[in-house]
Design a protein. Structure first.
Length: 467
């Protein structure tokens, strides 16, 4: 699992050359749809209570809706329609686990479901078969009247549910629900559940807009790679809010900006700062464009987009559903995304100056540029000084933080570097620090925030030139 860097600490980043190029890279096909729960007034009308018997009927239960003291395995054995399932449980030793106290919820495929699968289970390794069987089991009791949007299984992979017409779990329909046992509940399903990769999961609850875009960008097949990947998946509504959906290479770049190499769980997103993480969308320099993840406001956001459904686990990664499409940002965009409001205000003020050099235009242009971006606290520390500066002097201070060309932290060298103001700053890689002509040395606290038009390094002191 890739560590996440907090603001003021080391940034988690993909080193240049350590990932495959875009045409080989794996990107998200998935968007998990957030689906509603079942009605709370009884079993869904699309399902029956009881289990199929050998004669095609149902096994009657007692007045309490239970099968007496029988465990889940006992019920399956006695019924006679689950011989393949029972045999598989016995061959892996999972029959003993499901005879335990539980409670468990088992989505039980019938013999017909296994036959339709067309796979000889004896050809699978014990590990493979165990994972498949565990993918049918949820810890705890989940009745059909309280079906969630998602549920994690004993295989540590996620099931997704649709209750709009009966109960559908992944691609299987619940044909009989709420068969109670002494240690849990059984829902009979008509299809064997196979642990899905990201593209397969897309087909189970997928977001059609995202899936279509992935097809247009020819990125679906790439998602079958081993990974693991973390995918931030926009909803259909999020795509609908775009003024225009990009095409060609621009579309691929946008989609890849939603994918990170490695696994990032919701609990890994910092609550006391922000994490800067490189995606698989690359800028002209071949560096992964950075996104910002934070849960500092109490709920997780990605570049300001809210996480609607978190931690949907697939065989090759994890998906978090978000409520907005993420567009690869330039330097000006990132100033806002990262919450560098004092810097943003200064750039806005300087934009009002009628001058040959507009800071805002430069930072939003093609670049590439390197920006040493002071934190809000850094501006607050010199608030009295800034208050005494003219608009032109504020512009000059800002230009003193910008260097032509994209200079990564690994490319920094000791010595003087000329800024867009025409005056030098001094780099000391031992810190690393950057020193202005009339200010104390500034620590570089976050490095290598890669953007479409350059790179940003966050510093803790405003650099003051000779004014």
């Amino acid at each position: 699992m890739s560590p996440l860097g907090h603001l003021g600490l080391t940034k988690s980043r993909r080193r240049r050359g350590s990932m495959t190029r875009i045409k080989y890279v794996a990107m998200l096909a998935l968007a998990i749809g957030l689906v509603g729960c079942g009605d709370d007034d009884g079993t869904d009308p699309g399902t029956d209570s009881g289990t199929p018997g050998e004669d095609g009927g149902t096994m009657m239960m007692d007045d309490a809706g239970e099968t007496g003291g029988d465990t889940i395995v006992d019920v399956a054995v006695a019924n006679g329609s689950f011989t393949t399932l029972v045999g598989a449980l016995e061959s892996t030793g999972l029959d003993e686990a499901l005879a335990g106290d539980g409670p468990f919820t088992v989505f039980a495929p019938t013999d017909d479901a296994f036959e339709a699968l067309g796979v000889d289970l004896s050809t699978l390794s014990t590990e493979e078969l165990t994972t498949i069987l565990q993918y049918h089991v949820v810890a705890g009791e989940v009745p059909s009247t309280a079906i969630p949007a998602t549920a994690d299984t004993l295989a540590d992979l996620t099931l997704v549910f649709d209750t709009s017409d009966g109960v559908v779990v992944n691609d299987a329909s619940v044909v009989m629900a709420d068969v109670e046992a002494s240690n849990g509940v059984i829902h009979v399903i008509d299809t064997v559940l196979l642990p899905p990769d990201i593209p397969t999961m897309a087909g189970y609850a997928g977001l059609s807009s995202l899936a279509g875009a992935l097809g247009d960008a020819e990125l679906v097949e790439a998602l079958q790679a081993e990974g693991p990947f973390t995918v931030f998946a926009p909803t259909n509504d999020a795509f609908g809010e775009l003024e225009a959906v990009p095409t060609g290479d621009a579309l691929a770049s946008v989609l890849l900006y939603h994918v990170v190499s490695g696994t990032i769980a919701a609990e890994d997103i910092p609550t006391d700062g922000a994490a800067f993480v490189d995606t698989l969308s690359e800028n002209e320099g071949g560096n992964g464009i950075t996104l910002v993840a934070t849960a500092a406001g109490g709920s997780a956001t990605i570049n300001g987009a809210g996480v609607a459904v978190a931690d949907v686990k697939c065989t090759n990664g994890v998906v978090h559903v978000i409520d907005a499409v993420l567009l690869p940002p330039n330097i000006v965009d990132m100033v806002g995304i990262a919450g560098l409001t004092e810097l943003g205000d200064a750039v806005g003020a300087a934009a009002d100056i009628d001058a040959d050099t507009s800071v805002a235009d430069a930072l939003a242009g093609d670049g590439p540029l390197t920006v040493f971006a002071p934190t809000n606290a850094a501006f607050e520390d010199i608030s009295e000084t800034v208050a005494g500066l003219s608009a032109e002097q504020v512009r000059d201070v800002l230009l003193y933080h910008v260097v032509d060309g994209a200079v990564l932290s690994t490319d920094l060298a000791d010595g003087d570097v000329e800024t867009l103001l025409g005056q030098d700053v001094t780099i000391d890689t031992a810190g690393p620090t950057v020193d202005g002509a009339a200010s104390d040395p500034s620590n570089i606290v976050v490095t290598d925030i890669n953007l479409t038009n350059g790179v940003v390094h966050v510093i803790d002191t405003v650099l003051i030139p000779t004014l």
